[in-house]
Design a protein around this ligand. Structure first.
Ligand code: SAH
Length: 264
């Protein structure tokens, strides 16, 4: 082979290597390297949560909450068959008539709690475990209770596999809270109650905050912010209209789990 041909070939190879490198780098940036859903997750935060978007909703601005939403792999908390919809702007079915809440609602409720890294928190309604995982990125500890045994056990297994070590799960009726670990800096209830369960109010620390949807099942409810003042008095504020699956158990006259449910 002539010297000139050799030079031409090595220049062509060099150009090819640069092009291939660019493509790989671009792909890694978009796909997050080993996580093919990273791009969708970043877009979810950008388009649905951190900006008012199409719906004119209040953007979530807390940096810690946005970072948690960027890192927790939501697709691992939904059934495999609907993974491709994990980052849609909607709740999704997780079995047993229950749903994983819409990403914006998870972020908004987490922001309402104003947790710091020392916060000990309680969630009622573990469901898939997603809200607990998000909260665990911000708080020191998350205790979470689920009334549907199969869901509670699956979520505990999932959270363990994904190494969310500061989340502790329990199966039971969350109406009574989790007294041994209280009082809590923050409580988040992810099913709609007809009233605020008094044990949860009792287990809230002075200065603590609770986010809870209150209203009739299967209808629009009010997402309430409850703040327990230092002197123990309670301030309640309605922050937005929401639709959550119903709270079951003691609060609703002892009805057992298994009712079908729509929305958040
Ligand atoms: N936070 C969940 C979404 C939960 S949907 C997530 O991130 O995926 C609401 C959940 O509350 C359902 O799983 C439902 O079974 C549960 N639930 C309803 N009533 C409850 C009660 N009394 N105690 C504990 N969990 C309850």
């Amino acid at each position: 082979m002539s010297k000139r041909l050799q030079d031409l070939l090595s220049s062509a190879l060099f150009v090819c290597a640069i092009l291939a490198g660019t493509v790989v780098a671009k792909y890694a940036l978009y796909s997050g390297g080993s996580d093919p859903f990273e791009r969708q997750r970043l877009e979810m935060v950008q388009n649905q949560i951190a900006t008012s978007g199409y719906w004119g909703r209040d953007p979530v601005i807390d940096k810690k909450v946005l970072e948690a939403m960027r890192t927790v792999p939501r697709h691992k908390f939904v059934p495999t068959a609907i993974r491709s919809r994990a980052y849609n702007d909607s709740p999704l079915p997780i079995g047993h008539g229950q749903t994983i809440s819409q990403p914006y609602i998870v972020a908004y409720m987490t922001e309402m709690l104003e947790c710091d890294k020392d916060a000990v928190t309680l969630e009622i309604g573990t469901g898939s475990g997603y809200q607990a995982a998000v909260l665990s990125r911000i708080a020191k500890k998350v205790y979470t209770i689920e009334i549907v045994k199969a869901l509670g056990e699956e979520a505990a297994e999932r959270l363990k596999e994904l190494k969310y070590k500061n989340v502790e799960c329990r199966v039971g009726d969350g109406y009574y809270g989790w007294e041994e670990h209280g009082p809590f800096d923050a409580i988040v209830v992810t099913a709609a109650t007809s009233h605020i369960p008094p044990p949860l109010l009792e287990q809230l620390k002075p200065g603590g905050r609770m986010a809870i949807p209150v209203g009739p099942p299967m209808h629009v409810q009010q997402l309430m912010l409850i703040v327990k003042q230092k002197d123990g008095s309670i301030i309640k504020r309605s922050v937005m209209a929401v639709r959550f699956v119903p709270f079951i158990g003691k609060a609703e006259g002892g009805k057992g789990p298994g009712q079908s449910a729509p929305t958040e």
